[in-house]
Design a protein around this ligand. Sequence first.
Ligand SMILES: Nc1ncnc2c1ncn2[C@@H]1O[C@H](COP(=O)(O)OP(=O)(O)OP(=O)(O)O)[C@@H](O)[C@H]1O
Ligand SMILES: [Mg+2]
Length: 355
Amino acid sequence: MSGHLDIKGVSRRFKLTTVLDDLSLSMGKGEFLSLLGPSGCGKTTLLRILAGLLAPDRGSVTLAGRDMGRLPPHKRDVGVVFQNYALFPHLTVAENVAFGLKARGKPKAEIAEAVTRLLAMVQLGHLADRAIPQLSGGQQQRVAMARALAVNPQLILLDEPLSALDRKLRESMQVELRRLLRELGMTAIFVTHDQEEALALSDRIAVMNAGRIEQLATPEEIYARPATPFVLDFVGQSTAFHGVVERNEAGRLAISTDFGLLHGPGQFAPRSRVLLAVRPDRITPGAIPGKGWTGLTLPIAAQTFLGGRRLLHGAVGPGDRAIVELPADAPLPGGTLPIAWREADTLVFPAGSGA
Ligand SMILES: Nc1ncnc2c1ncn2[C@@H]1O[C@H](COP(=O)(O)OP(=O)(O)OP(=O)(O)O)[C@@H](O)[C@H]1O
Ligand SMILES: [Mg+2]
């Protein structure tokens, strides 16, 4: 299958460290994809390769039917907003945004209209004539975004473009950015550390770990059906116990844990060591498991108040974790709380693969 953007088998090493490891990824036109992963996993390195600022050791990149292999950055039709945004300090805000359009010889009226529209989008219309050194970091980042979008590139790369903004501005920019990119039919790769941002904005999320993609799927799939313990742990919260499979009855597992026998679907042989997990929104606090349900009585170690809800942390063994969500006004349980969930909502992974 070939898409608007095709990354095939891209690898890159720095000295002895493999930073990107045989990474492949295809995107459709107009798709918004987030790269989500811990610091150092290779997100910026991948974007630099796509922008033409760094050559891969192996692999190929095709964008809109063109092989990017030998193309220098300015011939790629790729817009970039990097962590360390580089604006032209001697130009005003409006001149920075107009820069690419001027370089392409667009008519004056068209440039003026585009600049006004883009500055309104990033909420900087009132600062059009400001000099760049007189802007805050967050404002500079927004100018960089408007400038990258102005030339209507085939692909836009956004490396944590909202990370310098305070929470309120960040949330309104998220919504605006998403709307604008959709309107423009823009294909975008968005790098973030922030899983909520990735879940809220993306058509698909690529969860990266150590130079590889662990899972590439919709936000809903990533959350409900994490492919690996790493994805389970990196995106969203979860309750997770280590255990040993006692029985496998036609795909219904009975798993022995510190909290007794728990049930869930999977294909593991008896005596396999597994990690059993469940998302907090699947757990019914206070419930005793009936048919098709599984559960346990959880000793409570601590609770945290989060405004609209309360989190209870279970007292569990080393390497395990237990989180239960309660409405903020629910009565606080004493020392223990029974919890239950549907067996079908139990996630079972092979143990010892990273979490
Ligand atoms: N030019 C370079 N020379 C040597 N090592 C490099 C170079 N560029 C990146 N690295 C290393 O490659 C790894 C990946 O770096 P990269 O910047 O891609 O991470 P990242 O996922 O963007 O992290 P962050 O979320 O912190 O921005 C890091 O270990 C980094 O130190
Ligand atoms: Mg980075």
